[in-house]
Design a protein around this ligand. Structure first.
Ligand code: ATP
Length: 865
């Protein structure tokens, strides 16, 4: 079904790609020159060589190419990550985005023609549309996951209740493995780019790196299917990461729809076909994805701002806020009316049980003393978070090493399909058999006067928890219980199995149970430690498999488990204290919540976002300050040991990324970049072009040098060649492909009056080629360079040159050059001397930490610092 569906879908993400600007020249440029054929031929760096020794392992599949080195996962956050030579090559295979349009005469001419009066309104409409679609996607995702998950547990429980243990296990394992294999098949055979959470790729893109195919419609569908199947069958992963990727795809797809529907002219969509708008809509999609997945609109916005987005403005924040409202309310409205696709008739009623994911009913009052255990939990969060990151990266590398050692492609694919199945076999076996090793604990449920099944169940330590969980989770070895009437109250006696509540049910149910208040001794150490170990290892393992998987909810689960352990230790030391007692804050349920936040903080190193997400997820504002404390402490502790998890993944996948602030560390010293100048890092000599240039020479330069930017110079009155502007490789290719813009013999560059008229003419000439099919760039370049027809041809680039290309002086501070590039999203920075003559070139990738270390280390040895 998928394959046949895929055949009617457009080819690639190229249709979603934004042109430099507008429909006209931009459309020509991108459609013609950023196809895969061109990318292959113009790509600057050669493909990474095969691994030479056993320290580096390269794995190539259809779309992802990554190099993995051993044992460098331990750098604290302030240490510059070192890449191996192969990893550097992989970094170079990625190209940067041009976020700022080429500010040429033709661009100005295009701007004049645009009607921008309704632009802002249209943007808000588009944002609303994106939010709505993401809300709908999230609704379907949740309903499908619930349905698959519920069916599995219902049938398994029925079989176990009938004492058909082996059949129950067989069904549980078989069902889970089937879905796991399906989830992996979609990724392995159809869209490898849909694997994983997609977060590193989206983060990299929003930072300014082009990554192929991540926003295509096929990737979106594959991600959805894989995510539904993998989470529905009970893999220890969550939908939040994939929702971020899906949100970004919806943001990109909808806003660039006219590129997608190639022949249909939709003016509403046309106006957003520029890289900046595309980036903003993708950012909105990311935030809306998190919001809809967690039901946490503000948390989603903060998460996007803190973790994923690199460019943020106030206007964008408002628009994203709106997008999050629409996405979350759309998803909540639909979810309020349906449960597992069955109508439950509460359309529009935001009941806390369905509206707030892990709603806490009875929040406890906190006390100043609560900060002490919160700090301890924070420290544990930082330590375990770092351990989680290291283990996860180790498993990633180990897996890649094994796959790289297999020579046959079909075996590699088979292994990638079977790995999730193996995980599910182990998980199902744990779920069915492990609880049997733990005895059942007695409990009593007291049924209220209303006749509705009891509000509270009281176990032998006189602590309460909601009967719903007991009913849902009675394990087959436990006593189903008896009802009796005590005056006006029904009493229900039975037994429950602690471990089954944690691993023999859906993760959401288990989380709710862990967060329950006034349930001090509901779980003992054995089940808590057992499930902590299982989840910790299995989440680490599952996160890198070939399925669409996120780890946000599993992280909350792991944190909740050790949070409860800390709470239980305190209860064992100080005793159980119920309402109105001065120690009533000592509630393991509250510590479970703090634990979740601390682990999330220890792994992701986010602070405001996690705090707000936790509040929105649990509705428990009373523990706000302890949660903030734990998150802060876990972040500080984690930073001592490893990079944040998501950044470590960026490094693992060799995706170029510029932090907002540079961290360059040489020989255990943090380098002060303000003490260095642009000339210390720039590339020189620079290959530049004359404003009026000989056509075969341009072609030859493009053949000889794979740079993406070429400064354009013109002679001043003193005859010196001074910096005039910048031409990108794709601009030059457009010109070379249009003979009509060339002239015979050298001419004087156009002046200010003639250039405006010429721009209109040139614009028309280029428009004529708008729908031309892609061309072979190398063939074109060779043809132009060698064919005698072009011998006398020159091109005056005045109308095309980007006159707003930034240039800095050789002595310009390196720190500020970094700020310029990272804050403005620049790709090139030209370095000139006092006479405005071009002296060097700095690109975005030149400012990556490892590159600066390479350049600055020798300087440090010769120059006092
Ligand atoms: P991206 O591919 O994302 O544009 P990059 O750094 O790989 O980034 P290239 O244009 O391929 O971009 O440049 C590679 C190296 O060559 C960089 O160190 C850069 O400073 C240098 N460089 C770029 N353009 C020129 C040029 N016109 N002349 C000389 N060196 C250049």
């Amino acid at each position: 079904l998928i394959m046949s569906f895929s055949s009617v879908l457009p080819e690639d993400e190229d249709f979603f790609r934004a042109p430099n600007y507008g429909d006209d020249l931009g459309g020509v440029r991108r459609r013609t020159y950023t196809t895969s054929a061109v990318r292959t031929s113009v790509s600057r760096a050669p493909k990474p060589a095969p691994p030479k020794d056993d320290t580096v392992f390269a794995v190539k599949d259809d779309e992802n190419f990554s190099v993995f080195a051993k044992g460098r996962d331990y750098e604290p956050v302030y240490v510059t990550h070192e890449y191996t030579e192969q990893e550097k090559d992989t970094l170079n295979t990625y190209e940067s985005c041009d976020y700022l349009p080429n500010h040429s005469h033709i661009f100005k001419h295009w701007i004049k023609r645009q009607n921008i009066s309704d632009l802002e309104t249209d943007r808000w409409v588009m944002i609303g549309l994106i939010g709505f679609v993401i809300g709908v996607v999230s609704f379907f995702l949740h309903q499908l996951i619930e349905r698959i998950d519920h069916l599995k547990w219902r049938i398994t429980k029925d079989l176990l209740k009938d004492e058909r243990i082996w059949e129950g296990w067989l069904f549980c394992a078989g069902y889970s493995m089937l879905f796991a294999v399906f989830a992996a098949t979609v990724v392995v055979f159809w869209r490898p780019s849909a694997g994983g959470s997609g977060m590193p790729e989206v983060t990299g893109y929003l930072n300014g790196t082009q990554i192929r195919r991540i926003f295509s419609i096929r990737t979106l569908i594959a991600k959805f299917l894989s995510c539904v199947a993998a989470i529905g069958c009970g893999m220890p992963i969550g939908p939040e990461g994939p929702m971020i990727h899906m949100g970004a795809s919806v943001g990109s797809g909808l806003s660039q729809l006219s590129g997608y529907l190639k022949r249909i002219n939709l003016p509403f969509f046309e106006r957003f076909k520029n890289p900046e708008d595309k980036r903003n809509f993708i950012t909105a999609g990311v935030a809306a994805g998190v919001s809809a997945a967690f039901g946490a609109p503000v948390g989603g916005l903060l998460f996007c701002m803190e973790e994923v987005s690199s460019f943020w403005t106030k206007t964008l924040a408002w628009q994203i806020f709106f997008c999050c409202i629409i996405a979350t309310s759309t998803s909540d409205i639909f979810n309020s009316a349906f449960e597992r696709f069955q109508i439950i008739g509460m359309f529009g009623e935001f009941r806390t049980s369905r509206y707030i994911l892990f709603n806490v009913d009875e929040a406890v009052d906190i006390n100043i003393l609560m900060f002490i255990p919160s700090v301890i939990i924070g420290v544990i969060g930082g330590l375990l978070g770092s351990l989680f990151t290291i283990l996860n990266l180790k498993i990633h590398r180990y897996r890649k090493r094994i796959l790289a050692s297999i020579s046959r492609q079909w075996v590699v694919r088979l292994v990638r399909l079977l790995e999730p199945a193996l995980i599910m076999l182990i998980m199902s076996s744990f779920s069915v058999f492990l609880p049997m090793a733990f005895s059942c604990i007695p409990f009593t449920c007291i049924k209220g006067e209303t006749g509705i099944l009891s509000e509270y169940c009281v176990n032998d330590t006189m602590n309460k928890y909601d009967s719903h969980f007991v009913e849902e989770n009675i394990f087959h070895t436990c006593n189903v219980g008896t009802y009796y009437l005590d005056g006006t109250t029904f009493v229900y006696n039975g037994t429950y199995n602690e471990l089954s509540l944690l691993i023999f049910s859906s993760k959401d149910e288990a989380m709710k149970t862990l967060y329950l208040r006034n349930s001090h001794k509901m779980f003992n150490y054995g089940p808590l430690f057992a499930s902590l170990a299982i989840y910790f290892v299995m989440v680490c393992w599952s996160a890198g498999t070939s399925v669409a998987a996120g780890i946000l909810v599993p992280m909350l689960m792991i944190g909740a488990l050790y949070g409860r352990i800390v709470g239980l230790i305190m209860v064992d030391i100080f005793g159980v204290h119920l309402d109105d007692d001065y120690l009533s804050w000592m509630d393991p349920g509250a510590f479970a919540l703090i634990g979740s936040a601390s682990f999330f903080g220890g792994v992701a190193r986010l602070a405001p976002a996690i705090t707000v997400i936790m509040m929105e997820l649990t509705n428990d504002l009373k523990v706000l300050l302890p949660v903030m404390t734990a998150v802060m402490v876990s972040k500080w502790v984690g930073d001592f040991f490893t990079h944040p998890y998501f950044h470590a993944l960026l490094e693992l996948k060799c995706i170029p990324f510029l932090n907002q602030h540079p961290h360059v560390r040489i020989d255990s010293t943090n380098v002060k970049l303000d003490l260095f100048a642009a000339e210390d890092i720039m590339a020189f000599p620079v290959v530049s072009l004359n404003l009026v240039e000989h056509v075969p020479k341009i072609a030859q330069i493009l053949l000889d040098y794979q740079h993406n930017g070429f400064p354009v110079v013109r002679k001043n009155k003193e005859g010196k060649r001074v910096f005039y502007g910048l031409m990108t490789r794709s601009d030059l290719l457009v010109l070379l492909d249009h003979r009509s813009v060339m002239c015979q013999g050298p001419v004087e560059p156009m002046n200010d009056e003639t250039v405006d008229i010429a721009s209109i003419e040139y614009d028309k000439m280029l428009k004529g080629k708008k729908d031309e099919e892609e061309i072979n760039t190398r063939f074109l370049l060779q043809f132009v360079a060698e064919n005698s027809d072009y011998k006398d041809y020159y091109v005056d680039m005045t109308p095309y040159v980007n006159q707003s290309a930034l240039s800095i002086q050789t002595k310009f501070s390196l720190q500020r050059a970094y700020t310029l590039i990272s804050a403005l999203g620049l790709r090139h920075l030209v370095v000139v001397n006092g006479n405005n003559e071009v002296r060097g070139m700095i690109t975005r990738k030149d400012l990556m930490g490892h590159h600066m270390v390479e350049f600055l280390s020798p300087i440090l040895q010769t120059r006092p610092y």
